[in-house]
Design a protein around this ligand. Structure first.
Ligand code: BES
Ligand code: ZN
Length: 648
């Protein structure tokens, strides 16, 4: 029955093609049982890419990449190969190796109803075809690409380009079978203006080439969403034997301080889960418009410059992306419904790395803050159109896979593993996870496979009973969820409540302390006053979150005056503070908020601020968005555009 529906869909796609009618129509029957990934059109079971050779010319004048994607295929006698494309212009398709290429027919099917998946590209092949070459160019609808004019970079003199592939945007800059279930190796010849440097999620040079030509190779098989490219005025700085960072020269000094602990993070990670499998681990600091905190592109994690705070307070983002080198990049979610296998494991592992480096108090603080956010998310999801989204295993058919990027995958996923760890003991749990990574290295996995593996290699083996099926398939949070207690966060709650009740928490305190000076005991006068520097970012987040949702402007003014959150340089605190100010009509911060929104493009910060602003002053929200949207990446732009449509 399923085959029948697939057949109908495929015939439909072909009949509604927008380019070149062809002989492909006769071959649809074979394609019927083509896909098990709801977010890709590709017929991987019949024919799939094993290796991709890219030839790319990056043209900043036209903001266009002109490319050839040469796919080496494993062909199960298929006479059609289906690729994913979205926002690409396809010029021609050929079969055969270079110098022996012959043009072949292709058809482009219609866009899906909600324009999420893009279009299928059906290429007529011969039963033995092993080489398919697609000649194409990107367009302004290539949502993965962020072309930045020089004024949006830190140098202000050279332009910048970067790509963001996850979840299904690689198809907007490369015609590809864009499903995480298929792993490929790749190489790329890239030509860029000769004053700029190109880097990719592959082995990179450390210096600019003299002629703007670069060659990259990723020799380990990766899913398509991890292919990434960036071009800009970059320099490299090494941090340790196999770690370092690329950034615009202006940021080098600050980055050197911020990322100092990266080699130690690597050591900790290897100690817990075994050898790092990707040789080099570098960071690339992007311009502020990057829509995420970090993206785990293999060998070269992309990060947002907001993590450079000057006090290393947001380096858990680096620990997180490094952790993905195991969970996600080495063992990959087979479909986006299994996204929790990527992110839940990674948050769990991130906290283990942080614990190893900075102690349990620090990792508990991270976990406690996330637990708070999870409670919020659970409420939101329970009241939403999709209450079933609080399950770890999702059903995202006909939806954007980005909808799965919630605290469920991240935090519920991590708490599932933390709770399980507590149940069986860390020693046994570590052995189990190590074997999980070893057994599934360079493979993909879905939730069912994981359950089978868990059952066999941990639960049955150790004769442990655990409600893992509830965790994975049921909504909400199981009752046995591990509780985290953090004394320092509790203290911040007390402080916030004291303030709310009118206590003068900012009053200067004078005390005397006996100290020994030159052998004699002396009394020393100490003047103490609560300062922002006294507490770390998560403590201030907790402080702000504990304040009442409706708080007087007078009180906000006192905090504003004493703690100066509005220009503290830590965007986590600023987002929390700006949101509270907006919700309470404390308009004194409007110009600071506007400046922030015009500078930072990380979606996690933009969404709550625009949401709050859209409630109290929709006109201003729309006006700021209109003025800033061209400097946001499409990922952030689309999310904000959506939320501004909401009427209150
Ligand atoms: N892989 C994700 C980013 C992502 C997920 C992009 C899904 C597109 C679709 C990355 O590892 C991530 O989780 N980033 C977080 C960092 C954080 C949890 C420390 C972010 O950007 O907020
Ligand atoms: Zn992640």
């Amino acid at each position: 029955m399923r085959n029948f529906y697939c057949l109908i869909i495929l015939v439909g796609l072909l009949m509604s093609c927008d380019q070149k009618p062809s002989a492909t129509e006769t071959s649809t029957e074979k394609l019927a049982d083509s896909t098990f990934d709801d977010h890709s059109y590709s017929n991987l079971r019949e024919i799939h890419t094993t290796h991709l050779d890219l030839e790319l010319e990056v043209n900043f004048q036209n903001k266009t990449i002109y490319g050839v994607a040469r796919h080496t295929m494993n062909n199960n006698n298929s006479d059609t190969a289906i690729f994913d494309i979205n926002g690409l212009l396809i010029q021609k398709v050929t079969l055969g190796t270079i110098n022996h290429e012959k043009e072949t027919d292709f058809v482009i099917g219609n866009m899906d109803k909600d324009s999420i998946l893009g279009q299928p590209l059906l290429v007529t092949t011969k039963n033995k075809t092993q080489q398919i070459n697609i000649y194409y160019q990107t367009t302004e609808n290539s949502a993965a690409l962020d072309w930045l004019d020089s004024n949006l970079t830190s140098s202000k003199t050279k332009p910048f380009l970067y790509t963001q592939g996850q979840a299904i945007l690689t198809r907007t800059w490369i015609p590809i079978q864009d499903s995480p279930s298929n792993r490929i190796t790749y190489s790329a010849k890239v030509s860029v203006p000769d004053d700029l440097m190109a880097v990719m999620s592959a082995k990179n040079k450390r210096e600019k080439s003299s002629n703007g030509n670069y060659f990259f190779e990723m020799k380990k098989p990766i899913p398509s969403y991890l292919i990434a490219l960036a071009v800009g005025d970059l320099s490299y700085q090494s941090l340790g034997p196999n770690t370092g960072f690329y950034c615009e020269p202006e940021l080098a000094k600050a980055c050197l301080f911020e990322f100092q602990d990266l080699p130690k993070m690597m050591q900790a990670a290897e100690k817990i889960y075994g050898k790092y499998q990707w040789d080099q681990y570098d960071l690339l600091v992007l311009p502020y418009s990057f829509p995420f905190g970090g993206m785990e592109n293999p060998m070269l994690t992309f990060v947002n410059p907001t993590i450079i705070t000057g006090d290393r307070s947001l380096t858990s983002v680096v620990a997180h992306e490094l952790a993905h080198s195991w969970s996600g990049n080495l063992v990959t979610n087979r479909t986006w419904n299994d996204f929790w296998l990527n992110e839940g494991f990674t948050v769990y592992f991130e906290q283990r790395i942080m614990e190893e480096l900075y102690g349990k108090d620090v990792s508990d603080i991270l976990a406690a803050v996330e637990y708070y956010e999870l409670q919020d998310e659970l409420k939101t999801i329970a009241n939403s159109k999709y209450p079933e989204d609080s399950r770890l295993f999702l059903d995202l058919k006909n939806r954007n896979p980005d909808d799965g990027m919630t605290d469920i995958a991240y935090v519920k996923g991590a708490f599932f593993l933390k709770t399980l760890e507590q149940k069986v003991g860390r020693k046994k749990f570590d052995i189990f996870i190590q074997s999980y990574f070893e057994k599934h290295a360079f493979k993909t996995i879905n939730s069912e496979d994981f359950i089978r593996y868990l059952d066999k290699n941990l639960l049955s083996k150790e004769e442990v009973k655990f409600n893992h099926l509830d965790w994975i398939y049921k909504e909400g949070l199981p009752k046995n969820c591990l509780q985290i207690h953090s004394t320092s966060l509790e203290k911040m709650k007390v402080l916030a409540n004291d303030f709310t009740q009118g206590k003068a928490i900012f009053k200067t305190k004078v005390s005397y302390k006996k100290i020994r000076i030159k052998g004699k005991m002396r009394k020393k006068k100490l003047i103490e006053r609560l300062k922002r520097e006294d507490h770390i970012v998560q403590e201030w987040q907790t402080f702000i979150r504990t304040l009442p949702k409706n708080i007087s402007k007078e009180k906000l003014k006192i905090i504003d005056f004493n703690l100066g959150f509005k220009n503290c340089g830590n965007s986590e605190i600023m987002t929390e503070w700006f949101t509270l100010a907006l919700e309470n009509n404390y308009t004194e911060l409007n110009s600071d908020i506007e400046r922030f929104l015009k500078k930072v493009g990380r979606r996690k910060y933009l969404v709550p601020i625009y949401k709050a602003m859209n409630k109290v002053n929709p006109k201003l929200a729309k006006q700021i968005f209109e003025n800033s949207k061209n400097q946001y990446h499409a990922v952030s732009r689309n999310s904000i555009e959506e939320l501004l449509k909401e009427v209150n």
